[in-house]
Design a protein around this ligand. Structure first.
Ligand SMILES: [Zn+2]
Length: 259
């Protein structure tokens, strides 16, 4: 598909671009997404973003210790579908929680990118009986099916824990991990970034609303009406362009990255 501004959707580019260039573009997108989520105060020092490689080898993910504030595309690792390191710069290891990525990507073939982060004020929703985090802002319709809470706060550092988390997520697009953090999944790296931004916007709006009074979640009719008008691809493309532009102005991403 080609957008009005002449850019092509990821699917179209994958069909027409050599595999090496597809991987390089994914590397640049994952690095940019990581740097931009960090700059937005979402990712923090221990979050991570993954992207499925279209050739079936596995997925890209950053190493455990590399700073989320200075990631570059060449520092990303390739892990196989079981989360084992396949290739990457010498001495770098995957995050201990790599198994949340491997098991979600295995369970959800339509998901191509996963983010995990530890956003403290969003995690607060797992520390109280009520209110539960629900969709209250218009773009939170993405999570209209619900935002499940994974009850085990442990690090997801084994395949079994990864499978348990993937089971909690089920067919939903985000989950909270009790007393720990968040998982967001999407069809592409740009869509993942935009979803993470909206996920935190919704959580912070609900946090503020709960301070003021009784929270009014979006109704089924409101969700249906908004979804009818929403063009997800166009929305993602517009906001990705905005945030990439912002990051370039601030020198957060390299000007020659193909984003
Ligand atoms: Zn974690």
């Amino acid at each position: 598909m080609t957008f009005k501004d002449g850019t092509m959707s990821d699917a179209t580019q994958s069909e027409t671009t050599p595999a090496k260039d597809v991987e390089q573009r994914l590397r640049e997108q994952v690095a940019a997404c990581t740097l931009m989520l960090n700059d937005q105060g979402i990712l923090g020092y221990s979050g991570h973003v993954s992207a499925r490689l279209p050739d079936g080898r596995g997925f890209l993910i950053q190493s455990v210790d590399q700073s989320r504030a200075s990631l570059t595309p060449d520092l990303l690792l390739v892990c196989d579908p079981d989360g084992r390191l396949l290739s990457g710069p010498a001495g770098l290891k995957p995050p201990s929680e790599v198994f949340m990525h491997s098991e979600i990507l295995r369970l959800r073939p339509e998901v191509n990118s996963v983010a995990h982060f530890h956003h403290d004020r969003t995690t607060v929703f797992t520390l109280v009986d009520s209110p539960k985090l629900v969709a209250i802002k218009n773009h939170a319709v993405r999570w209209a099916s619900g935002i499940p809470v994974h009850g085990d706060p442990s690090h997801v550092n084994t395949p079994a824990r990864g499978r348990a988390l993937a089971a909690t997520l089920g067919a939903h697009h985000a989950a909270l991990i009790r007393a720990h953090g968040q998982i967001v999944v999407a069809e592409s790296v740009p869509a993942l970034f935009i979803d993470c931004v909206h996920f935190i916007e919704n959580a912070m709006a609900m946090y503020d609303a709960a301070l003021l009074g009784s929270v009014l979640p979006l109704t089924a009719d409101e969700i249906a009406s908004f979804l009818q008008d929403l063009k997800r691809d166009k929305h993602v493309a517009k906001l990705w362009t905005y945030y990439v532009g912002l990051a370039r102005v601030h020198g957060i991403v390299q000007p020659n990255w193909s984003l």
